[in-house]
Design a protein around this ligand. Sequence first.
Ligand SMILES: [Mn+2]
Length: 441
Amino acid sequence: MHNELKSRREKFIALLDGAAAVLPATSHQKRSNDTEFPFRQCSNFYYLTNLHEPDAFFVITPKGKTAVTTLFVRPKDPAMEQWTGLRLGSEKAKEITGVDQCFDIGDFEKMLPELLAGHETVAYDFYESERIWPSIHKALTALRRKRNSTEARPIKTLDISDHIGRLRLVKSDYEIEQMRKAAAITDKAHRAAMAMSAPGKTEKEVHALMEYIFLGHGGDGNAYDNIVATGENGLILHYVENDQEIKDGDTLLIDAGCQFNLYASDVTRTFPANGKFTDAQSALYQVCLDAQLSCLNFAGPGKTLKEIHHHAVEVLVDGMIKLGIMKGDRDALIKEDKFKTYYPHGTGHWLGLDVHDQSPYLNENWELTNLEKGMCFTIEPGLYIPKDDENVPAEFRGLSVRIEDDVVVTKDGVENLTSSIPKTIEEVEAACANDYKEYLP
Ligand SMILES: [Mn+2]
């Protein structure tokens, strides 16, 4: 892991161009009164340190071609540890991260001015401003008071959000391995959901089953709030209540992925509650599947997410015209955004430590990012037919379908990391007939 971290830091330092960088860890977030949400480390901090400690800071101060790496963590405190769990302490944290030096967090504000001195620019993620700026401001004020100092002090700021986002966009072999492990657990959870769901069961039971599988097979839990949507709930794109009963004749749209070592998987499948699609459901499903498979073929180095989206829209609109859901000329329907009634979202997003990974969709020259080997993203076309849309044949009203896989760009295409999860109509119906206990830990 040290070599992996070293290589990440070296690439990051090259982007800093001499600027001193300050990165905060996450703190616990209040849930209610004196309880907290489970701790989840800030992805950027984790990317450069591999540390799960809350309330820590990481400072990188370039000196010529190299840089000094300094970490600040909470001190060992047996009394506090009895209540809130073990702390690493500076010695252990230094060992795990391989940084040059590690101090107690209490020294952070005291030492920050001397770390920043000699640098013209201080770099941080502007999206973390609230947590990091107060400390930087204090350090700059302290440096400013040294009026006779001949040493440079920061007079510029640099937003590292896009820099680190683009760095994180291209995954190392180690990272792809973590994403494969997340995908393998997600496979079990979706298979179990297909097998266990039945009329009379509830969304909540399916949600709980998937959580059990994520955790029981060694994952961190879910990578984002599970969407377990039966029937018309599938029309709500971010439905997370998951509290309704499953009814005969409905489909379930499940968008849920396991997080493994903080790496996300993000998978959607749609399947019939009673194990058999109706004719209308399978016709609509097949249109979405055709678009998804076609995008998997189409994607590869040099393409952009926008081109993949356009490709998906073409296949979806063709299919909808065939089913009588849309009428008119395909190109005109696309040009006038008419398809957005039935397909309102994009076809994919970057994937990694964050389920919507941090990189912008534009490169350093503000042009659309061309796909490169090692980039990970999702391919997730969907169709959502409003229940009261009288322009649409009655049998399709209220139906929804989304099919989503996670891919990594290879030298001549993409590899589907979640290809093992049942997807064709035959595969899905067969998976619905299985025994969910097969997938339990
Ligand atoms: Mn997604």
